[in-house]
Design a protein. Structure first.
Length: 211
């Protein structure tokens, strides 16, 4: 890459904060002047002739790029560090804190999911209870209906039985009355016949005596 390439890069990516230029055949600090318009914080140059030919390349670059915090994992104070990360606004991110935050977020997420599951389970239980209660009510109504039907059937049978009994009693009563009337009429007829015979017999005996 040449100095012109870096100027184009600065125009196209003005918010670039970390740049890896390892093994790009960069041999002088002058070729990196095009990075002055960037707000770079991290720069990696290992594997370039500049690193092996110029022992002071880091100091020169720190002077050239004011926002630069480290070159090849070495800070302005000469301290070495592990790779750092930056957020969208260019702020340094502590991965351990991020991990803790991620763990907390995961815990909160899991807790929320568990709460939602518990709520769903409770809703399902309530629905099942309502369905069971509804079924129980229906069964209760069915049982009541069956009881009422049985009771009605028994009452109907009892009424029919009583009606039949009354009809039978009425028939028997009428039959007795008719029999009594027949007997009475028969006695009357017999008595009439007897009286008629006696009457017809008396005049004959009377005539005989007269003679």
């Amino acid at each position: 890459m040449t100095g012109g390439d870096f100027e184009i890069l600065a125009k196209q990516c003005p918010d670039l904060y970390k740049l890896n230029l390892e093994r790009n055949n960069i041999d002088s600090v002058d070729k990196l002047k095009g990075l002055k318009n960037l707000k770079l914080k991290k720069l990696f140059l290992e594997g370039n002739p500049l690193v092996s030919n110029n022992k002071n390349y880091k100091e020169e670059l720190f002077d050239l790029l004011e926002t630069l915090e480290s070159i090849d994992k070495t800070t302005r104070n000469g301290e070495e560090y592990e790779t750092t990360y930056y957020g969208e606004e260019g702020d340094e991110i502590n991965l351990e804190e991020e991990d803790d935050e991620d763990e907390d977020e995961d815990k909160v997420k899991d807790e929320n999911e568990n709460e939602e599951k518990d709520e769903e389970e409770e809703e399902d239980e309530d629905e099942n209870e309502e369905e069971n209660e509804s079924c129980e009510d229906e069964n209760y109504e069915d049982k009541n209906t069956q009881k009422k039907t049985k009771k009605y059937t028994k009452e109907t049978k009892f009424k029919e039985k009583n009606t039949k009994k009354k009809v039978k009693e009425n028939k028997e009563s009428k039959s007795k009355i008719l029999k009594g009337k027949k007997k009475k009429n028969t006695k009357k007829n017999i008595s009439k016949e007897k009286n008629t015979k006696e009457k017809s017999a008396k005049p004959k005996s009377y005539k005989k005596q007269k003679k």
